[in-house]
Design a protein around this ligand. Sequence first.
Ligand code: AFP
Length: 334
Amino acid sequence: MAKIGTTLSQHILEAGQRHPEVAGQLSMLLSQIAFAAKILSREISRAALVGKLGLVGERNPTGDAQKKLDIFGNETVIEAFANTGLVAAIISEELEEPKCIACAADAEYVLCIDPLDGSSNTDINGSVGTIFGIYPRKSEVGKEGEKDFLRKGSEQVVAGYVMYGTSTVLVYTIGHGVHGFTLDHDLGEFLLSHENIICPERGHTYSANLAHYRDWHPNIQKFIDYMTQSDPSTSRPYSLRYTGALVADLHRSLLEGGLYFYPADAEHRDGKLRLLYECAPLAFVVEQARGKASTGIQRILDIQAKFIHQRVPFVIGSAEDVELFEKFLTKESP
Ligand code: AFP
């Protein structure tokens, strides 16, 4: 058992000794994620002082307005990996096409990343996050590209997120439990603060954008009506907690139980969230913590991606809460 306060590097090293199949380059990959997260943490916290708040005036490949910090986050991640030879290609919310890393032609992995999730929160000093998922590379040398990413989330070998909130927390899994580390700014180190996170079987909060209530499937409306009725024996009514940043809402559900959902609505026919760099990495984390993640009908980690910016309806969190959402959606409501 590692002790609270163990550094991330030490923790990864020890995990590699216990699980040799994930040793070696994976620890270096996580170190580079942590390095990028430290830079982002610093820049997010001083963005208002150095002219990094606000919009760039462009839209990203999936149509969202880009913030200056979105661009900075994307550049930071790419630079953190550009000269390491660790990943052959990267897809990001901010890149139209996969970015092939020239010096890493024979790298063993590829990276899916949302550098700055919830960036609409940057200008109001709200929480934001980074989400990452790493897959073993599939393509031959020189043929890396989109095909490396069109696969199932269950093939990920590492996934996690960083939450930039009242503190900066990095949570990761290599398929052997979920662990959280808090950044000690003075030491410049991520230190173990949440060992072996287990998501409670059920919670007492839900996170969703209720502005879309009238557009949702009637069974989802019924689910909300049910969750907001009073019945102390089932912890109802559930309280609404919605920050506008998936990472922050998911972090709450992971630690305290509850669920987050973003189903299809009139504006988002396939849901809003992106499968490869938002849903699949968080699904891997939550399942490792004994929670669940699905579209409401299908397990997220079983979905074969068809294109890199694919969107899916998404529900994630405590196993019993997600199962209840699924039951309502498929009309087996109690
Ligand atoms: P941004 O990164 O564009 O702010 O989107 C954030 C996000 O992908 C996810 O983090 C939020 O939970 C969700 O979208 C918020 O979307 P709504 O503003 O439509 O509720």
